[in-house]
Design a protein around this ligand. Sequence first.
Ligand code: PNW
Length: 463
Amino acid sequence: MTTQQQDPHFPADFLWGVAAAAYQIEGAVDADGRGRSIWDVFCERPGAIVRGETGVLATDHYRRYREDVALMRDLGVGAYRLSVSWSRVQPDGRGAVNEAGLDFYDRLIDELCAAGIRPAVTLFHWDLPQALQDTGGWLERDTAARLAEYADIVGRRLGDRVAMWMPLNEPVVHTLYGHALGVHAPGLELGFGALQAAHHQLLGHGLAVQALRAAGCGNIGIASNHAPVHAASDAPGDVDAADIYDHIVNWTFADPVLRGSYPAPELAALLQGPVEDDLAIISQPLDWFGINYYEPTVIAAPDSEEGTAGVLEVDLPPGMPFRPVALDGYPRTDFGWPIVPDGLREIVQTFADRYGDSLPPIYITESGASFHDGGPDADGRIRDTRRIDYHRAHLTALRQAVDAGVDVRGYFVWSILDNFEWAAGYQERFGLVHVDYDTLERTPKDSYHWYRNLIAAHDGRAR
Ligand code: PNW
């Protein structure tokens, strides 16, 4: 029974949040002058998305945002991490501002502030304006400058009310899925050639941090996906392969930001442009560092005997110097991802050890699980006990890192609502709130009520 397990306790000022992203929840893709993004285009590619689903309607949050903010207010969260759709603000990704698109975020942020919820804003959660893709997207250096221009526009308009800023979400996933493996927009299969897109996103991050600060905005960080990488065995081939993989998925994305360098000269050598000068921009001091955590990876040598697991369920192109293998012995979410709460403690501790005094305070900017919850039972409840267990176990592991001295300031559940899970479509449900995709009705799951009680137990507010 889940209720017999103890919830962990955090300091009174620990920030409890929920997260979502524009393309995954908003719908209304043609409303108020919005331009096309690479996700609109990618979803039209036959076979790209499970069952051919798209974000055209999604959860209709663009029209139902008041109802959704009311759900968050009742939940009692201190912050909501949202993303701004670049294509609403600049339909062509550059130049003229579409005021009607920006007005939506103005209204949403006012609604959040009125509910006592701090807005935490991601500028780029993978939905690049298609017009910028047409001129090369993240393979093109100019796109980094465009992100800064867009950051300036949004910062000046919303900065008086936004509590936390992050220019980027998970550049590693956008690089690997979108540019190396082709399973996310823009659907490019460049292998190691995708590193140039990583570098330009990081440069865009640094330029956007500068632009936000110039616009008077503070409390700036990043939401970066990280997880422990373990070798499948002690065999030197496995250990070396795991080390290469770790450098690519973790340190290529964190070292430039936190240390101003790339972790391996072989990787930096693949990049074009004034990389050293760029690194000085990329390593702008941050007020905090956000980690999105889902699952650790086990890596073997390419020629080893273990069965291949596929990186994040995707087959790698031939010739890669590593091979992901299945992590056995753990329960899995309905998405097939192993549930390893201690990986959250471990990655946070690894950051503290690796960066020492140069590590700013950490927020967990995403943590969550997909379970294929059905609709409400006859009594109206959705009994998603496994999601409660998931979050409780991850928070318990996180608490151990805090006890060990790591400065962790908050936890954002992915996600407030069931939503469009990219290439996996609507089948994967990460929400604390169930969405019926026929009626768009929202139903808080048991996990919502559990989170509400947990938050209440911390802030002392009567429930
Ligand atoms: C994140 N992985 O993506 C994104 O920020 C969200 O938009 C997304 O809905 C959520 O996590 C759940 O997938 C990830 O395989 C995609 O390690 C893949 C992985 C991690 C995060």
